[in-house]
Write a protein that binds this ligand. Sequence first.
Ligand code: BES
Ligand code: MN
Ligand code: ZN
Length: 511
Amino acid sequence: MNKQLIDISIAVQKADALTCTADIAAVGVFEDGFERPDIKSLDKRLGGRIRTLQKLGDFDGKAASVCLLYADSKLAAKRLLLVGLGKRTAVTANTLRKAATAAAGKAVDINAASLVMCLHSDIPATAKLNPVQAGQAIAEGACFGAFRYDEYITAPAKKRPARLKAVIADADPSMVKLLKQGAAVGAVTGSAQNFARTIANRPANVITPETLAMEAKKLAQRTPRLRCTVLNEKQLRAKKMGGILAVGQGSANPPRLIVLEYAPTGASSHTPTVALVGKAITFDSGGISLKPGEGMQDMKFDKSGGIAVLGAMQAIGALAPKVRVFGIIPAAENMPSGLSYRPGDIITTFSGKTVEIHSTDAEGRMILCDAITYAAETLGCSTIVDIATLTGACVVALGQKRAGLLGNDDALIERLKAASAVTGERIWHLPCDDEYLETMKSKIADFKNTGGKWAGACTAAAFLSQFVGKAKWAHIDMAGVGVWGADETLAPGSIGFGVRLLTAFAVDSAR
Ligand code: BES
Ligand code: MN
Ligand code: ZN
């Protein structure tokens, strides 16, 4: 590897925007907050410059807009960054997360190594947001915005800091205490998300099922209470995991089943247990049902579900909730070769159920069905959430900003929706009842692996539902949301979708 990614530290200090020394002081301004006391006194100190910017229309406080000012000797910080927060009454954790993302992104862009953030100070008492949540959101946002994936760039076009020291400032000691509590969690989830982004961005010649398994093992080694076991090809064969084996058999990089287990201290048979299952196709060429060439390079991101689970396990290990969590990552490379599985093949899956292959490009469900059976039958998990870049149909249905959410249990769906509302990773409930299964029936096997033209996200989930046994199960189709949408500019590539969502869900499962 050429160099280290940015090392981001987050602290909370009793300080204010005027007196804090830093490369940048970032101050949040509501669209309708230019007249608020904090901003007024800052404006006064700056001789009315903020007012001028507003009058000229150069800075209006719209959410996540930024304006960089040079404060000369009027502030202790070298630069002042105004960060828009939108309408004051509409503020949520997401507003602060995005504001911190913008501030940290700007800091890295201009090669600034220290950032003081005063983004939360003017939150109205009526907002559905307490200081702990604010601290978490700001810490997460700062981690997110400061991330750059440049480990393979040998001659950078511009300098960026090797580390970013981010400080959340508040003048009130009792607030500092609460913000600290939240920021400690946010630093954990934020760095887990960046870990996921790093691994997801790595190309398929670097991350193979084997090297992904090595990353999982390294994670378990550095995390107390986390264990990792990996089934290699031979062991998969011994267990008759026909789905994973079929998808992996065409590649020179053989498949793996990665199983991470987090057990809280003092865990007993009464400890609640959840399974997180993530699809990790390290490259999806489509196999013999080869994909068109255009955009195929992005199929290195077809491991993003598995990596969301990997990242979540890092965060869960650090947060240590009172719940047992299995992180199960079936990993394979879907390649065309003389050894590949073919359309027409009938595969006996780990469950014993048979599947007639109609497209080798519908490979995600073939590895997930084995991993889900492993969670339900072998490990006896009664709650299973899987996450996968599963269908183009989900992208057609929901676009690049929302993942699909499907499942067999209303309460579980509601819990995931609640987690999503907190973390800001948006999901939308779609149906997958038995009606959708009809198109998945084969005349010569139990199922086909494709369901025809319509409702592809729903038929794929209906297929998966057949492998969950008695478990409460939900499925997140993140095909559209794993990488930045076209309109985004910061750090292209993986956004680490799902890490915070799965972590919040697991932590909530402890209650
Ligand atoms: N990995 C793809 C789904 C995908 C598409 C992810 C676009 C990200 C962006 C998946 O393995 C796939 O190829 N699905 C097929 C299923 C079809 C053959 C039933 C699809 O969606 O076309
Ligand atoms: Mn595919
Ligand atoms: Zn795929």
